[in-house]
Design a protein around this ligand. Structure first.
Ligand SMILES: [Zn+2]
Length: 239
C-alpha cells in the first residue's frame, strides 16, 4: 500500500521527478525538467527587485517556463508513454499503477474490484462499485462503474436451474409470459422448473444511490406456493 505517501498534489519538482521515473519515459522526463526550470524561473522572478527592468524580463521568462510545463504536460497526456495513475475505488485511493492511457488505467481499476470486499444483503441485488483513475503528472482522469451481480442461488437439483417462462405461474402476455416493459427496457421474470426459484432480469434498473437509470440487474426470489405447485405438477406429469 502506497496510499499514505502518495501526495494528492505535486508539491514540487522533487515529487514530480519521483513520480515520473524511470528514464525510459522521455516525455515524463521532459515534463520533470520543465517543472524544474519553471520553479527556478519563478524563484528568480520572485527574488528580483520590484519595479526593476530585471523583474519585467524575469516575469516573461517565468511565464514562458509555465507555458513550457503545460506543453510538456499535454504532450505526455496525448502519448501512450507509461505514467503513474492513482487508483480509487468507492472514493478511496488504494494503489498506484503504471499505464499508457486513462483507458488502460481504468481497465486495471475495473479488474481490481473484488466482490469479496463487498457484503451482500439478503435481497440479492446487483451492487455498483465506482472506480476512478487520475494521473497527477498530466491531470487526466477517468471513471467507471463496475456492476457486481449477485451469486446465483444453488438449485435443489444436481443439473442446476432450468429457467422457464410458464404463463400459468408468471402471468403477463400469453405470447410473452413474464415480460413487462419498464422505462426504456424490460423486466423479464423466469422460474426454475427444478426448484421453483425466480430469476428477475431488469434492463431498466436504477441505482438506488445515484438514480442512474438504464442498468441491467439480475435478482433472485425464493420459490413461492404458485411456483412450488407448478414444479410439483411437472414432476407429476413426468411420472
Ligand atoms: Zn433451480
Amino acid at each position: 500500500m502506497t496510499t499514505q505517501d502518495f501526495h494528492p498534489h505535486v508539491a514540487d519538482a522533487h515529487d514530480a521527478a519521483r513520480i515520473m521515473a524511470p528514464a525510459t519515459t522521455p516525455l515524463a522526463d521532459a515534463l520533470g525538467a520543465a517543472i524544474e526550470a519553471a520553479k527556478a524561473a519563478e524563484e528568480a522572478y520572485q527574488g528580483s527587485e520590484e519595479g526593476s527592468p530585471e523583474e519585467t524580463a524575469l516575469k516573461l521568462v517565468a511565464d514562458q517556463a509555465d507555458d513550457a510545463v503545460e506543453a510538456a504536460r499535454t504532450a505526455l497526456a496525448k502519448s501512450d508513454e507509461e505514467r503513474t495513475w492513482q487508483l480509487t475505488e468507492e472514493g478511496e485511493g488504494y494503489d498506484t499503477e503504471k499505464a499508457g492511457s486513462a483507458a488502460e488505467a481504468l481497465d486495471i481499476a475495473r479488474d481490481n474490484v473484488d466482490r469479496d470486499n463487498y457484503g451482500y444483503s439478503n435481497d440479492q441485488r446487483t451492487l455498483y462499485v465506482d472506480v476512478r483513475v487520475n494521473c497527477e503528472a498530466t491531470g487526466e482522469e477517468a471513471e467507471a462503474t463496475v456492476a457486481l451481480e449477485p451469486d446465483e442461488p444453488e438449485c435443489g437439483e444436481r443439473e442446476g436451474h432450468d429457467w422457464k417462462s410458464p404463463w400459468s405461474v408468471l402471468g403477463g402476455l400469453k405470447e410473452n409470459p413474464g415480460a413487462w416493459g419498464h422505462g426504456g427496457g424490460v423486466v423479464v421474470k423466469e422460474v426454475c422448473a427444478h426448484c421453483g426459484r425466480y430469476r428477475v432480469t431488469d434492463t431498466w434498473a436504477q441505482r438506488r444511490d445515484t438514480g442512474v437509470q438504464g442498468l441491467t440487474e439480475v435478482k433472485y426470489e425464493d420459490a413461492d406456493e404458485t411456483s412450488s405447485e407448478w414444479v410439483a405438477s411437472l414432476a407429476g406429469d413426468a411420472e
